[in-house]
Design a protein around this ligand. Structure first.
Ligand code: NAD
Length: 394
């Protein structure tokens, strides 16, 4: 009976049917393959929970350069400024990786998009599904129970500081620059998130040698005073890199700048077993952008073997953070967990124990998660219908 009531109250938000406009930016390489599966899951959620999601696509990256000469055309930007959330794939093409002299580049579209939309905080949850303990290169006993939430600053640092060459090209520089307000606004987000978790923030910098890091540390300490319930620790980036592998469970929320965050989150992806498992959210004060942390993966593009789970988990983040659809987000994570529990894997997360008939291609994995959602929710909504019928006759 208790279970029955619980399920009914869990589904109270069925009454809150929402209308949302989502822009999908597949981008390049496997971006197209994985966002198709993210969209599939959004369609199932809309169908079952009664929401209305409308979709529009936009060009970005190499594809956009080919079509328009611009890595983020105005038409795409205007769609992004008029939607409720963005599902992004990845940008990149070997042509640019192998020729650093090319002036118009796919990643410029990504940087411009973050800047134009004011997306200053990148959230990367690093959660290990127990079923994938053996897929990581780190020992299971060290990993088990790790659950880290990274806050990487996105609009400052060496990526946006003055850059150039002098001495006839023989000297190059990239200015590492931060302003106090940029640090304050992301620090508040990190402390607030820690309040809903294990109440610890680890701020990562290089304050022993870098002036911008000294401002970072000073500012985080000041913001931290407003959150007396949160334990604040500071680590130098080199120590943080070591501790992430040595004792990942010692972290809760990690707050760091753009460059250090870029490197540390890729390192932390090994905790989750594969790049193909990690989702991220880029948020600011308006529309949110959701994307896997991986790139366009030229080595596997077109083979249909990319892992779509990071894109699907990005959708779960979107529903939670941008739309406040906690239940919908939760059921997606559960569906992914159940799919893994049943032994299904894409090639990147398979190991010697994976049965060959359980190694799925990209679209098959998307279908499997969609089916899990339908099966679980169909079962639960039967209970709900019975409940509302009972309520109406009593
Ligand atoms: P990558 O993330 O594309 O690939 C790294 C490795 O992980 C590859 O072996 C790849 O096959 C594997 N991998 C990545 N995602 C996977 C998935 N979903 N399923 C299975 N395996 C997966 O990084 P890279 O090779 O360094 O870069 C390739 C291109 O992507 C470059 O052009 C780079 O500039 C671009 N890139 C874009 C973004 C972005 O758009 N956000 C991020 C990183 C790299």
């Amino acid at each position: 009976m208790k279970d029955f009531r619980q399920r009914v109250s869990n589904y109270k938000n069925l009454e809150l049917k929402m209308k949302k406009k989502i822009v999908i930016l597949p981008g390049d390489g496997i971006g197209k393959e994985v966002t198709a599966e993210g969209k599939k899951v959004l369609e199932v959620i809309a169908e079952i929970f009664g929401h209305e999601f409308s979709f529009e696509e936009g060009l970005i990256g190499h594809e956009a350069i080919n079509a328009t000469g611009n890595s983020l055309p105005e038409e795409t930007l205007s769609k992004l400024k008029n939607c409720d959330a963005i599902l992004f794939g990845a940008v990149g093409h070997p042509k640019y990786d192998n020729d650093p002299t090319l002036k118009v580049r796919p990643e410029q579209g990504l940087l411009k998009m973050r800047k134009e939309l004011g997306l200053y905080a990148n959230l990367r949850p690093i959660k290990l599904f127990d079923e994938l303990l053996s897929a990581s290169s780190i020992k299971p006993e060290i990993l088990k129970g790790s659950n880290i939430l990274f806050f990487r600053e996105l609009t400052g640092d060496v990526y946006f500081g003055e850059k150039g060459r002098k001495d006839e090209g023989a000297t190059a520089f990239d200015l590492m620059i931060y302003q106090r307000y940029e640090i304050e606004r992301i620090a508040h987000k990190a402390f607030k998130a820690a309040q809903t978790r294990k109440k610890k923030v680890t701020s990562v910098d290089k304050a022993n040698v870098l002036e911008s890091s000294r401002l970072w540390r000073e500012t985080v300490q000041q913001v931290g005073k407003q959150y007396p319930d949160i334990q604040l620790e500071h680590l130098f980036v080199d120590t943080a890199a070591m501790k992430l592998i040595q004792n990942p469970r010692s972290f809760d929320v990690v707050l760091t700048g753009n460059l250090f965050g870029d490197i540390l989150t890729d390192e932390a992806s090994q905790i989750a077993g594969s790049m193909g498992m990690l989702a991220s959210a880029s948020i600011g004060d308006s529309v949110g952008l959701y994307e896997p942390i991986h790139g366009s993966a030229h080595d596997i593009t077109g083979k249909g073997i990319a892992n779509p789970l990071a894109s699907i988990l990005s959708v779960a983040l979107m529903l939670d953070i941008s739309f406040g659809m906690k239940k919908e987000s939760e059921v997606i994570i559960k569906a992914v967990e159940q799919t893994l529990k049943e032994g299904f894997r894409t090639a990147d997360i398979a190991d010697e124990r994976t049965l060959s008939n359980k190694i799925l291609k990209t679209a098959e994995m998307g279908n499997k998660v969609a089916k899990q959602l339908r099966d679980k929710l169909a079962l639960d909504s039967t209970v709900l219908q019975t409940a509302s019928y009972n309520a109406s006759i009593s």
